[in-house]
Design a protein around this ligand. Structure first.
Ligand SMILES: *[C@@H]1O[C@H](CO)[C@@H](O)[C@H](O)[C@H]1NC(C)=O
Ligand SMILES: *[C@@H]1O[C@H](CO)[C@@H](O)[C@H](O)[C@H]1NC(C)=O
Ligand SMILES: *[C@@H]1O[C@H](CO)[C@@H](O)[C@H](O)[C@H]1NC(C)=O
Ligand SMILES: *[C@@H]1O[C@H](CO)[C@@H](O)[C@H](O)[C@H]1NC(C)=O
Length: 339
C-alpha cells in the first residue's frame, strides 16, 4: 500500500509540474485515520476520506464533481466535492465546489450536472434542499472562466430557478441532467420527478439557461416505476463508434434515457424529435424481462459526459458501500467511483 501511494504522490507532483499547474493545487489526500486500509483502492477514484456518491471536460481538464460529506463517512451534510485530472487516472483534489449555505440549499446540495453554454462558459445546475425541505434546482457559475481548474463557484441571486411543479412530490424533484439544445435553439433539461407517485422526467426549456419554463408533458414517464433518480439523456450513433455531444441530432442518431431506481441503473432507447420533444421508446422500463441495465453489480446514480477531446462519451458511476456504518467509521470512507 505504502509503495503504491508513494508512486501516486510522485505521479501527482510530476503531472502537476509537467502541465504547468501550480503545485498549490495539490492537496494531501492521505488518510488521516490510523487503521490498515485493505479495501482502499489504488485505481478507482475515491475522496481522501468520508462519504461519497457522483463530470465535464473544460479547457483541457477533466472535472469530477461528486456528492460529498465533509464531516463524516456516512450520508449527510451533502456538498459537491471537486477533483481534476488530465488523464482520468491521476486525480488532484480541489476545494469543495458547493457547500450548503443558502436558504435554497441549506439542507443539502444534491446531484446535478454541468453544461457548457454556447459561449463556452460552464454552468452547474444542481438540486438544493431548501429551508422547507423542498427540492429546488439552482445554478452556479465559475467565479473566473479563465481558470481551467474552475476552482471557485458562485451561486447567482436568481436561485432557485425551478421549484416543484403541481402533482410532483416536493421532496422528490431532483438531479437535473446536462442541458441540450432543441431545434428552436432553446435549452432543455430534464429533472427526475415523482409524478402522481411514478417515475418521470420533467422537461424544462430556457432561452438563456437562467429562466426556465416547464413543458406541459414530461419527456417520459412510467407508471411501472418509482421515482427516477439521476436521469441521463443523450444521443448515440446508430452506425459508428464515436460518442456524441449532448445536443447532436440527426437521422443517424438515437437517444438513451437512463434512470436510477430499485437500486439499479436502467436504460431505454428511443427516437427523440427535437422539435416536438416527443420521445418514442422501443421498449419501456420494466416492460420486458430483458430490462436493459448498465451493470449488474453495485452500480448506481451514474452520469455520462461527452469528452470533446477524444470524441467519446464517458460514463461515471457510484459503487455504493456494502460495509456497515460502524466499519465505515473505522475505515473513514465509503464508496468509490467506477468509469
Ligand atoms: C495508531 O494505532 C497504534 C495501535 O493502536 C497506536 O500505538 C498508535 O499510537 C496510533 N497512532 C496514532 C498517530 O494515533
Ligand atoms: C454533519 O456535520 C456536523 C458538523 O457540522 C456533524 O456534527 C454531523 O455529524 C455531520 N453529519 C453526518 C451525518 O456526518
Ligand atoms: C483568472 O484565472 C486566470 C488563469 O488561471 C488567472 O491568470 C487570473 O489571474 C484569474 N483572475 C482572477 C481575478 O483571479
Ligand atoms: C399506465 O400507463 C399506461 C400507458 O400510459 C396506461 O395505458 C395505463 O392505464 C396506466 N396504468 C395505470 C395503473 O395508471
Amino acid at each position: 500500500m505504502m509503495k503504491i501511494y508513494g508512486f501516486c504522490v510522485f505521479s501527482f507532483c510530476y503531472f502537476l509540474i509537467s502541465n504547468g499547474v501550480q503545485v498549490a493545487a495539490f492537496k494531501d489526500h492521505r488518510l488521516r485515520t490510523n487503521v490498515s486500509q485493505p479495501y482502499r483502492t489504488a485505481y478507482h477514484f475515491q475522496p481522501s476520506k468520508n462519504w461519497m456518491n457522483g463530470p465535464v471536460y473544460y479547457k483541457g481538464v477533466y472535472h469530477l464533481f461528486y456528492q460529498y460529506n465533509p464531516y463524516g463517512p456516512l450520508w449527510g451534510n451533502m456538498s459537491w466535492g471537486h477533483a481534476i485530472s488530465y488523464d482520468l487516472v491521476n486525480w488532484v483534489h480541489l476545494d469543495i465546489a458547493l457547500l450548503e449555505n443558502e436558504p435554497y440549499d441549506i439542507n443539502g446540495c444534491f446531484s446535478g450536472s454541468t453544461t457548457i453554454l454556447q459561449n463556452g462558459e460552464p454552468v452547474i445546475m444542481y438540486t438544493g434542499v431548501d429551508t422547507d425541505s423542498h427540492q429546488v434546482q439552482n445554478l452556479a457559475f465559475p467565479k473566473n472562466i479563465s481558470d481551467p481548474l474552475l476552482s471557485e463557484w458562485v451561486k447567482p441571486s436568481l436561485n432557485p430557478v425551478m421549484s416543484p411543479p403541481d402533482r410532483v412530490d416536493p421532496t422528490q424533484f431532483r438531479d437535473p441532467t446536462t442541458g441540450w439544445l432543441g431545434a428552436d435553439g432553446e435549452w432543455r433539461v430534464v429533472v427526475g420527478s415523482e409524478l402522481d407517485g411514478h417515475g418521470s422526467a420533467s422537461l424544462y426549456k430556457s432561452k438563456d439557461f437562467r429562466t426556465w419554463i416547464k413543458s406541459p408533458s414530461p419527456l417520459h414517464s412510467s407508471n411501472k416505476t418509482i421515482m427516477w433518480e439521476c436521469p441521463d439523456f443523450y444521443p448515440v450513433l446508430v452506425n459508428g463508434k464515436d460518442g456524441l455531444d449532448t445536443s447532436v441530432q440527426g437521422k443517424n442518431v438515437r437517444h438513451v434515457l437512463k434512470a436510477s431506481f430499485n437500486d439499479h441503473d436502467y436504460y431505454i432507447l428511443g427516437n427523440y424529435d427535437p422539435t416536438s420533444d416527443r420521445y418514442d421508446v422501443d421498449v419501456d422500463f420494466l416492460d420486458s424481462k430483458w430490462s436493459l441495465r448498465y451493470d449488474y453489480g453495485r452500480f448506481y446514480a451514474s452520469k455520462s459526459f461527452y469528452d470533446s477531446d477524444k470524441k467519446r462519451r464517458i460514463l461515471w458511476s457510484w459503487v455504493n458501500e456494502g460495509d456497515t456504518d460502524s466499519d465505515a467509521f473505522i475505515k473513514g470512507w465509503s464508496g468509490l467511483q467506477v468509469i
